[in-house]
Design a protein around this ligand. Sequence first.
Ligand code: IPM
Ligand code: MG
Length: 359
Amino acid sequence: MYKIAVLPGDGIGAEIVPEAVKALKAIASRFGHEFQFTEALVGGAAYDVKGHPLPDETLELCQQSDAVLLGAIGGPKWDNLPVELRPEVGALLPLRKELALFANLRPCMLFPGLLHASTLKEEVITGVDFLVIRELTGGLYFGEKSREKTADGGQKATDMLTYSTYEIERIVRFAYQAAQKRRKKLCSVDKANVIETSRLWRETVTDLSKEYPDVETTHMYVDNCSMQLIRNPRQFDVIVTENTFGDILTDEASMLTGSIGMLPSASIGGEVGLYEPSHGSAPDIAGQKKANPLATILSAAMMLRFSFDLEEEARVIEQAVTEVLEAGYRTPDLMEEGKKLLNTVQMGDMVADKILGLR
Ligand code: IPM
Ligand code: MG
């Protein structure tokens, strides 16, 4: 039996998470597994009820589960709270830190049915298939922060950017191992021409590269990488980078797949893995059944693969998504002429039915 903590969170989180649960239930029934789902509050939804975006009981539930399925958190309603109570800083970052989730995996691949959904040209995105590995518990996100008043009546704000050899080695080794299972190419992204942590990053990667002679190692500055991602994304197999760069590059990368609603993510490294779509809570479309649940459903597939070692089951979910898209079904974010429009729930039902072999 696998214990899954279910944290829908805010905005569209409450709409997309049930669709991923549906897919997992379909898997359980097809393969005879038992998944025990326990729901808890997180983010603004938790703040409204409990006064804190990450209540103790939510964190404890996560720690006692085998994996966590998270929707999205945050929204304009909570943007003006004191910073430590804001959903992002008060819940998501501590959750990542407490669960020791130092490795964030964001696979970027184009589903064949979506060739025309991207804003980029077909010849650029055909065959795109790479994995971004983002360091998730260090860097600017977790560095000391401060504000002080300056003599001219203004202020000075500081965010400390720190990385240790240990933190870099840990994520880079992880990335090498991932590359060994793929096309054996690792591109390390930094800003070593300017930033000191990036220089340590590059030196550390260079040292480690000797231990992985079977993997081709390259280094790229982050500004160049952001250009290369849309110029020639097929050059990439595995990209490894620090927290902030990884955040920015993965939003960009999501557009290669047609929609940010397609990009799943897995955060692992500790005992309990956390699975969530790469996108946010999209307050502008919340409550309208317009959200694309596929990134969350694909995150559930990653849970099966990385937390439960159920590779075949993971592939069944991915295959179901592929077939639903190939059959022309689309949520609004992916809609084009001649396709069949589905709302969030209908898309979830369609995928679950595919998993069960009902369609
Ligand atoms: C992400 C998100 C988060 C991040 C936000 C919500 C804090 O953008 O998971 O990419 O910056 O890590
Ligand atoms: Mg982001």
